[in-house]
Design a protein around this ligand. Structure first.
Ligand SMILES: [Fe+2]
Ligand SMILES: [Fe+2]
Length: 191
């Protein structure tokens, strides 16, 4: 089957009712698409993988099931192995090789998108004017967005061969156009 955003969105929303999980999927999608464009890769495919990476998390919220028990469902729905394989690779506990640019990008965008999103939620202007410097400062505060694995944020930038500042700036830029969908304030709201 052809992998399209409509199909990936339909799969995601069939298994995921939580607004915050849907927003996480959208945030990782936007960041992954940003890199697909910059690397001149298949943006639609990369975006679909990102949308789907946690599609089974609501029904499989523990690491003995997520994401490995979701994989057969994706195959059943007709997704090709390139999608299933990339989805599986985002999980640290499975220790699968991140041997393609798509896998490296998905991993690099997963935790950082969540973290930047969290930074935006506590600012009156959301993501506008959010500097890498202040994101890095928050990364050093263990109590802020405590669920985000800092080591994975740092490892992700390294995997992409980017300075952390640049990776953060890219993710902020990627999320800005969908700030409204992510429940973030914008200066337009404040005006
Ligand atoms: Fe996950
Ligand atoms: Fe995720």
């Amino acid at each position: 089957m052809e992998v399209t955003r409509d199909k990936a969105w339909a799969t995601l929303t069939r298994y995921t009712t939580s607004e915050s999980l849907r927003r996480h999927a959208l945030a990782v999608e936007a960041s992954t698409r940003f890199y697909a464009r910059s690397f001149r890769e298949d943006e639609e495919l990369w975006g679909c993988v990102a949308l789907l990476h946690d599609f089974d998390y609501e029904m499989h919220p523990t690491l003995d099931k997520h994401p490995q028990d979701g994989a057969p469902i994706l195959r059943q729905e007709g997704y090709p192995e390139v999608v299933v394989d990339a989805v599986l690779s985002h999980a640290e506990h499975l220790a699968l090789p991140r041997d393609t640019p798509l896998k490296r990008t998905l991993f690099a965008c997963d935790e950082l998108s969540g973290f930047v999103h969290a930074c935006g939620l506590v600012r009156p202007t959301g993501l506008e004017g959010l500097e890498p410097k202040s994101v890095k400062k928050k990364l050093k505060q263990p109590s802020f967005a405590a669920g985000v694995h800092r080591d994975e944020v740092y490892a992700g930038a390294e995997l992409l061969g980017l300075e952390l500042d640049e990776h953060i700036a890219n993710v902020v830029a990627a999320l800005q156009p969908i700030a409204g969908e992510l429940g973030l304030r914008t200066t337009a709201d404040a005006a």
